[in-house]
Design a binder for this molecule. Structure first.
Ligand code: NAD
Length: 275
């Protein structure tokens, strides 16, 4: 864990004894964020619907003496989000930080090729878990008169071939702004961190896994769409490479921490200058 984080952690303990709930923490950016917040002293609640990967994150944190627990839950429903927050609170007594990280495009293709059901699946994957996560945690944070929420956006809001996913992430930008205005008076901050394309070397659960029994298939010409999309992204970048989960986790940690105590309703792009 330590060697993966090197200079960025710099010995900071910004989350000392803070209770941090991180969704989709079984792999990828969510897992890197769990490591980062844990390394900075946070007590971590790993939320994911896949037990195997959540358990592997938990094991890694425990090996590094980070206090952590896992909650296996489907966050595409309000019930799932409520169960997660209730369980986190019953174990640790409060929730200081919520990172709504679940999301990820299922398909890449022009909008007219999406079926009605596929559009709904994309919103279920990339908008609803954040919407429900915020809805479920706000009453707890209002009671505490404190809390910090970071939602994951994306550069797709200005890119090709992922319109339903982009609409979800555009919705997340909007809900972050509105919630910040509504809940600042309760000491709650809500921000968005929008990654650019990021290599996920520990991905076990593929994006094509929609739900048990439903695996998405690539459209015809998938390689052409993907190539065009990647060229479009690279052309927009000042730093022409993909990001790492640790770079994304560093930006998330900043927004979640008290270092960002006067920042709310805002968005940070971590994308090599793409925006
Ligand atoms: N990786 C990238 O290139 C990239 C770029 C821009 C934005 N993002 C955003 O960053 C976030 C993380 O991306 P990633 O690539 O690390 O994701 P990923 O697909 O590798 O991992 C997502 C995790 O969320 C879990 N998950 C999915 N649906 C769930 C549900 N309904 N309930 C509970 N858990 C669920 C999965 O099991 C998985 O562990 C996403 O919001 C994504 O949109 C990623």
């Amino acid at each position: 864990m330590t060697d993966k984080l090197d200079p960025r952690a710099a010995g900071a303990r910004r989350f000392k004894d803070k209770i941090c709930v991180i969704t989709g923490a079984g792999q990828g950016i969510g897992r890197a964020t769990a490591r980062r917040l844990g390394q900075e002293g946070g007590k971590i609640v790993i939320a994911d619907r896949i037990d195997e990967t959540a358990t592997s994150t938990l094991k890694e944190l425990h090996e590094h003496d980070v206090e952590a627990t896992k909650v296996i839950v489907d966050l595409s429903t309000y019930k799932g989000a409520k169960d997660l927050m209730n369980e986190a609170r019953s174990i640790f007594g409060r929730i200081d930080v919520l990172i709504n990280n679940v999301g990820g495009t299922i398909w890449m293709k022009p909008f007219h090729l999406y079926t009605e059901e596929e559009v709904e699946m994309e919103l279920e994957r990339s908008l609803m878990p954040t919407l429900w996560g915020c809805r479920a945690v706000l009453p707890i944070m209002i009671e505490q008169q404190a809390g910090s929420i970071v939602n994951l956006g994306s550069q797709s809001v200005r890119g090709l071939y992922r319109l339903p996913y982009a609409s979800s992430k555009g919705g997340i930008l909007a809900l972050g702004k509105v919630l910040a205005m509504e809940y600042g008076k309760y000491g709650i901050r809500i921000n968005t961190m929008s990654p650019g394309g990021t290599d996920i070397s520990d991905r076990i659960t593929d994006r094509s896994f929609v739900r048990p029994g439903v695996i998405a298939e690539d459209p015809e010409n998938a390689d052409t769409f993907r190539k065009e999309m990647i060229e479009d992204i690279t052309n927009q970048q000042a730093i022409k490479r993909r990001g790492t989960p640790e770079e994304q986790a560093a930006a998330i940690a900043f927004l979640a921490s008290e270092d960002a105590s006067f920042i709310t309703g805002d968005n940070i792009n971590c994308s090599g200058g793409q925006s």
